[in-house]
Design a protein around this ligand. Structure first.
Ligand SMILES: Nc1nc2c(ncn2[C@@H]2O[C@H](COP(=O)(O)OP(=O)(O)OP(=O)(O)O)[C@@H](O)[C@H]2O)c(=O)[nH]1
Ligand SMILES: [Mg+2]
Ligand SMILES: [Zn+2]
Length: 304
């Protein structure tokens, strides 16, 4: 049933059959959250105005990561999947100059996760008011050179806020990144009516407290939606084979087909066109280094 007023909020529970489905899937080593932010559902309305979800619509796409190690979530030695969101158009990966410090290898892990789901990506480097050494521009050049939209922002001085807002128009946008980078602060600047909770400096730094605790999708204008997510500490892309990883470093694309072996992992193989491109400075050493580090963390014997 679809409510007449689509902006109405209806508190729903899940029908018991979903639990049974989960038990079955677990046996097949296939785990996914039944339902995630962005899903479309069918539900029955109770007399008291609450709902019971009976069907979850087919997902157009979804974004995943491996469940964090701390939650001990593995099955027969394999880390399981956590679905972050479904049916989204744009992933806004938010990083910050400092507190927490910018780390290009972490950014690349977020990018790999988004690319492997074939999602459009916007990179945001926030807190540029704290950039003493002008290093933000160097990263900007590198990622724009690859073809990414890269926006320098400050929720403190309003730099880049309008360009970012423009980027979000008429799409479902997921804000993703480490805790404390300023996801909620940026959203509040763009849409002051949201009044999202913002962390205190002392809260996120050492103790790693997450200010945003659940993912919520909010409609901000007729066709624009945003999803604020809780910051994460680990980002390990899920379900990626060694032989596919190169495709998710988008600038490797034009070299991959020229490698001597079609199973090339661009690690050590002779006749590797990617390694040659790194040597000729056509692929940045920073990105290639990120690639090698992620490659090293992928288990060879993935079961699909
Ligand atoms: N100097 C400066 N501080 C900022 C900026 N953006 C956010 N902050 C501060 O950074 C801290 C964390 O901001 P939040 O918006 O809560 O960060 P978040 O990414 O939503 O964090 P989680 O909800 O834990 O994932 C707050 O103290 C903000 O005031 C900025 O552009 N410049
Ligand atoms: Mg937040
Ligand atoms: Zn190669």
């Amino acid at each position: 049933m679809i409510p007449e007023n689509q902006d109405e909020e209806i508190l729903c529970s899940l029908k018991g059959k979903f639990k049974k489905d989960f038990e079955m899937k677990k046996d097949k080593l296939f785990f996914t959250d039944f339902i995630t932010v962005g899903d479309c559902v069918e539900y029955d309305l109770n007399k008291d105005g609450s709902g019971v979800i009976k069907k979850i619509g087919k997902r157009k796409n979804h974004l995943s990561r491996k469940l964090p190690k701390v939650r001990g979530a593995s099955y027969r030695g394999e880390r399981l999947e956590q679905v972050v969101a479904a049916n989204i158009d744009n992933v806004v990966v938010v990083t910050s100059v400092t507190s927490p410090d910018f780390n290009n290898r972490v950014l690349d892990r977020f990018l790999v996760a988004a690319e492997s789901s074939h999602l459009n990506v916007t990179i945001v480097l926030n807190k540029i008011d704290l950039d003493q050494s002008d290093f933000a521009n160097d990263w900007n050049k590198l990622y724009e050179g690859i073809g990414y939209k890269f926006i320098l922002t400050s929720a403190e001085t309003n730099t880049g806020i309008l360009s970012l807002k423009e980027e979000l128009k008429d799409a479902k946008n997921l804000f993703w990144g480490h805790s404390g980078v300023g996801k909620s602060s940026l959203l509040n600047k763009m849409y002051p009516e949201l009044k999202l909770k913002i962390g205190e400096i002392s809260q996120f730094s050492s103790k790693g407290t997450h200010t945003t605790v659940t993912s919520v999708m909010i409609k901000v204008d007729e066709n624009t939606f945003i999803i604020d997510t809780p910051g994460i500490r680990e980002i390990d892309p899920y379900g990626i084979r060694k032989s596919d990883l190169g495709h998710y470093f988008i600038e490797f694309g034009k070299y991959i087909n020229k490698c001597k072996f079609n199973t090339c992992t661009h690690h050590h193989e002779p006749g590797c066109a990617v390694i040659e491109a790194v040597e000729k400075n056509r692929i940045s050493p920073e990105r290639y280094d990120s690639y090698l580090r992620i490659l090293d963390t992928i288990e060879d014997d993935l079961n699909f």
